[in-house]
Design a protein around this ligand. Structure first.
Ligand code: NCD
Length: 332
């Protein structure tokens, strides 16, 4: 974890109490990787997310982050991550500088570096959320920024806030994480959500099943971490091998934008489809998850199945991001 950063709300300084150091350990911190989250910190964020959910269901919004500004800087397409960060900030009374409609409309298109862009945005904002196509970009931005940087996806690297909401969803839906059989399906090589979620799960007593075409297997470095953690783990090419025992089926899209050879993408893109027929073989108490967007991996007919959790997962993303923003801004 990088050094503590000083928070400077830009306006309403009289109205907004100085950020409190609550001892939760998040205040002023960057969120770059799931390796920053041990179980007490996860429990803390999940508890806060539940409080946020209760608050939203009861009254819709609060002014916890009134006077704080979030800069949302997205160099890659996004629907859920950007919208949920914006909704999270606004439901907590804060405001947003949205650079989410494509950096082609910002000075990035004039050749400005990431370092200069974040050093500019921190002049206006108290926290920066960044999505960027390069692995390591979030850490680079954090090295330059004096306000907290939250990684919203760095290429095929990590997507820590997605993994937090994924783990929260598993706990929320199934009541526990320990003891579960979790199968990840699809593009395990380039899928950053899989990378982050797998690393988080190393802290729990779970069985992991990785289902992918040969060329999209989980990177060896992550597989070695799984083995070192002593978890029960197996790899297969076939969903049929895991469907009957899985408590969680975590399905992912083949990440077309990461392929240098599009012919190779064409070969694997339609490898899996979760259908009602396949679901008929799954446990009654299990869930199907997907970080979304889906592009054919889950048949629309599965949506009506109560075990389809992917849109509930989307909603949880907002509560998790509300909890995280409050935590890094010292308003926990
Ligand atoms: C994911 C991403 O951007 O990594 N989407 C998301 O944030 N929910 C998954 C994907 O694009 O396939």
């Amino acid at each position: 974890m990088s050094t503590l950063k000083t928070l400077t709300p830009l306006f309403n300084l009289d109205d907004v109490p100085a950020p409190r150091h609550t001892g939760n350990g998040f205040t002023g911190q960057d969120v770059i990787s799931v390796s920053q989250f041990d179980r007490p910190r996860l429990d803390y964020i999940f508890t806060r997310a539940r409080e946020m959910r209760a608050m939203v269901k009861r009254v819709g919004a609060s002014d916890l982050l009134k006077g704080f500004v979030l800069a949302c800087l997205f160099y890659e397409p996004s629907t859920r991550t950007s919208a949920s960060f914006i909704a999270a900030m606004e439901r907590l009374g804060g405001s947003v500088i949205p650079i989410t409609q494509g950096v082609q409309f910002s000075s990035v298109s004039k050749g400005e570096t990431l370092a200069d862009t974040v050093r500019t945005l921190e002049q206006y904002a108290d926290v920066i959320v960044l999505r960027h196509p390069e692995i390591g970009s979030a850490q680079l931005a954090a090295d330059y920024a004096s306000v907290p940087v939250i990684n919203a996806g760095d290429g095929a690297g990590e997507h820590p806030t997605q993994a937090l909401l994924d783990l929260f969803t598993i706990q929320d839906e199934l009541g526990t994480i320990d003891g579960l059989k979790i199968a990840m399906v699809g593009d395990l090589r380039y899928g950053r959500t899989v990378h982050s979620l797998t690393k988080l799960l190393l802290q729990y007593k779970v069985s992991l099943r990785f289902v992918s075409p040969e060329i999209l297997r989980l990177p060896l470095t992550i597989m070695n971490e799984v083995i070192d953690a002593g978890l029960d783990v197996r790899e297969t090419h076939d969903v049929a091998d895991v469907i009957e025992n899985a408590d969680v089926l975590y399905v992912t899209r083949v990440q077309k934008e990461r392929f240098s050879d599009l012919a190779q993408y064409e070969e694997v893109k339609d490898h899996y489809e979760i259908t009602p027929e396949l679901m008929a073989r799954a446990k009654q108490k299990m869930i199907v998850m997907h970080p979304l967007p889906r592009v054919g991996e889950i048949h629309y007919a599965v949506d009506a199945d109560p075990r389809a959790a992917y849109f509930r997962q989307v909603q949880n993303g907002m509560y998790i991001r509300m909890a995280l923003l409050a935590a890094v801004l010292g308003r926990a």
